[in-house]
Design a protein around this ligand. Structure first.
Ligand SMILES: [Zn+2]
Length: 119
């Protein structure tokens, strides 16, 4: 039982690196997509409700759920672990202030300074 690899965080290499970054890119893009699409989605739902389906409550509910979903995706992206040092790449609450967008917009690992998408 218990492989050595689980005992201590180890740096990844080659294939694993690429795989990790690909996974991070997916989370990253999902978070950005949800964040940036929120306002257009609100406008679209507003117009849709006003001129077509006339369901303001439903549209408000979707608008109200979209934002937490976007924030959740942002948080999820921030939970990503750096492939080199295995610490969270842009963890919430790192440093002096809590900044939810850290993981999204940081260019380097706050811990080992590994550049984003670097191998
Ligand atoms: Zn790192």
């Amino acid at each position: 039982m218990g492989s050595a690899s689980q005992m201590e965080p180890r740096a990844l290499s080659g294939e694993a690196y690429v795989k990790e970054w690909r996974q991070f890119a997916r989370r990253h893009h999902l978070a950005l997509f949800l964040l940036y699409s929120w306002i257009p989605v609100c406008v679209f739902l507003f117009l849709l409700s006003r001129y077509w389906i006339h369901e303001p409550e439903l549209c408000l509910a979707i608008m109200g759920l979209w934002l937490p979903a976007a924030l959740a995706a942002t948080w999820w992206a921030g939970q990503f672990r750096c492939p080199r040092c295995r610490r969270r790449y842009g963890a919430l609450g790192h440093g002096r202030s809590v900044n939810i967008t850290r993981g999204l917009f940081d260019k380097i690992c706050s811990n080992c300074k590994l550049a984003k998408f670097e191998r």
